[in-house]
Ligand binder design. Sequence first.
Ligand SMILES: Nc1ncnc2c1ncn2[C@@H]1O[C@H](COP(=O)(O)OP(=O)(O)OP(=O)(O)O)[C@@H](O)[C@H]1O
Ligand SMILES: [Mg+2]
Length: 351
Amino acid sequence: MANVTLKNVVKKYDSKTIINDVSLEIKDKEFLVLVGSSGCGKSTILRMIAGLEDITSGEIYIGDKCVNNVHPKDRDIAFVFQSYALYPHMSVYENIAFPLKMRNFKKDEIDKKVKEAAEILNLTEYLDRKPKQLSGGQRQRVALGRAIVRSPKVFLMDEPLSNLDAKLRVQMRSEIKKLHEKLQTTFIYVTHDQTEALTMGDRIVVLDKGVIQQVDEPEKIYYEPANVFVGGFLGSPSMNFIECSVEDGNIKFNDYVISLSDNQKALIGSRTRVIVGIRPEKMDLLDNNYEFTVPVDISEMLGSEKIVYFNVNNAKCSAKVDAQKQFDDNIILRFNTNDFLFFDVDTQKRI
Ligand SMILES: Nc1ncnc2c1ncn2[C@@H]1O[C@H](COP(=O)(O)OP(=O)(O)OP(=O)(O)O)[C@@H](O)[C@H]1O
Ligand SMILES: [Mg+2]
């Protein structure tokens, strides 16, 4: 058990800054998810915490101890990678026992720990099998077993589910959450999958190009994004961003004039342009105060709902509507202006 602290951490490769002044406090026993698009620096941050990568400047603490100069094997951390490379010639038991054997644990101690881990991960009946006789999810659980037998202070997981099919991912998602509850240990979990981030994290860190954009609980990240990037990154389809000119407290969606509330006017202040953010699922509401008709570009059937694509003020937009909603070339969309978020055109920050 330990908290992990990053203070002004910078990582450069040659002269290129990959991680730009990242400061972060991860609480003891927290499940923290690091999310961001490919190449934004998620793995680099994990690898620096693990000590597999030097840091260019800044400090990393595990508990109260600065670990900048502590060897990876002495950091008391377990790392589960995306490609979990089990030893194919070893049984499940031997795979899980391996890290303990390397650390010269006694045989009966190893046996106890391996059996405990197998119990937690529902692997007891597979202990004699070889990895190739297991499903993807079972193999992933063996990799987790190998990490938990050491009872590390901190678990680092780098996209551990990305090799699994969709159904198994959903199942393993809740298994990892349960594991976290059982072990009561700090987890730092990297993913580029926004659903994983929203469902698993106690808190989420959204990263873009090596810079932290927001650190918050999932609800806050989703409903109160700090900026256009965060609003656009989480949610599927992405939030609609509609740039509008503001005149006398009114904005326009195509030709439809929309009056903003006094609070909203105060928020926008003297700005003459603003970006309105509205989620696709907020475009087909019963308790609406506006409706407007737009030509439909295309629509996609998703089962219980349809995604409809259209243009507002030349911005590509989408709405999530009931699958049985009737429309032809045009669709009537109903929204409530209370669901609007406003972003500054220049800074892209939420106002
Ligand atoms: N050894 C290296 N030398 C130079 N650049 C590197 C090195 N390792 C990583 N990078 C660069 O650092 C950036 C961040 O890489 P990182 O692996 O942390 O991204 P990521 O967020 O984990 O992406 P992904 O989701 O694709 O795994 C990338 O642009 C990558 O090309
Ligand atoms: Mg990565």
